[in-house]
Design a protein around this ligand. Structure first.
Ligand code: ZN
Length: 158
């Protein structure tokens, strides 16, 4: 049995993520099932695993990640203007999130036939604070390690 969170363990955690500048909670597992992930296989944002390494079951940690260790810097060039006809049947409205060939985008402005879209992750450029509690730890199976993700409850089923 693994007694601490390290590469090739499967960790189950409860977490709450807040934006320190205004205290807004952007995500929390506390109202649902805890999160299960395979450590060391890029399932999580980079800073999260680094800060949790060595944690034991029942241990709680709080840490703040700079945006570079979370969802990356906000990139101005990821904001683009596209013609309305690119949306086909969809009538774009500000705040709408849509999938595109190169990832999700958010509609930020509609000005006649010119639509402003933002490909940045909605948390890009934000420092993020996490409160994490380790609920369960176990060694990953060979299959999980070869797949690069956790199986079973809270994980993948393939
Ligand atoms: Zn799998």
């Amino acid at each position: 049995m693994s007694d601490e969170l390290k590469e090739n363990t499967v960790a189950t955690v409860h977490y709450t993520g807040t934006i320190p500048k205004d205290g807004r909670v952007f995500d929390s597992s506390l109202d649902r099932e805890p999160l299960t992930f395979l450590v060391g296989h890029k399932q999580m944002i980079p800073g999260f695993e680094r800060e949790m390494l060595g944690a034991k079951v029942g241990e709680k940690r709080e840490f703040t990640l700079a945006s570079e260790d979370a969802y990356g810097a906000y990139m101005e060039e990821a904001v683009q203007q596209v013609p309305l006809e690119m949306f086909g049947e969809i009538a774009p409205e500000p705040g709408m999130t849509l999938m595109s060939d190169i990832g999700p985008l958010r509609v930020t402005k509609v000005d006649g036939d010119t639509i402003t879209v933002d490909f940045n992750h909605e948390l890009a450029g934000e420092d993020l604070t996490f409160n994490v509690e380790v609920v369960e730890l176990r060694d990953a199976t060979e299959e999980e390690i070869s797949h690069g993700h956790a199986h079973g409850p809270g994980g993948h089923n393939h």
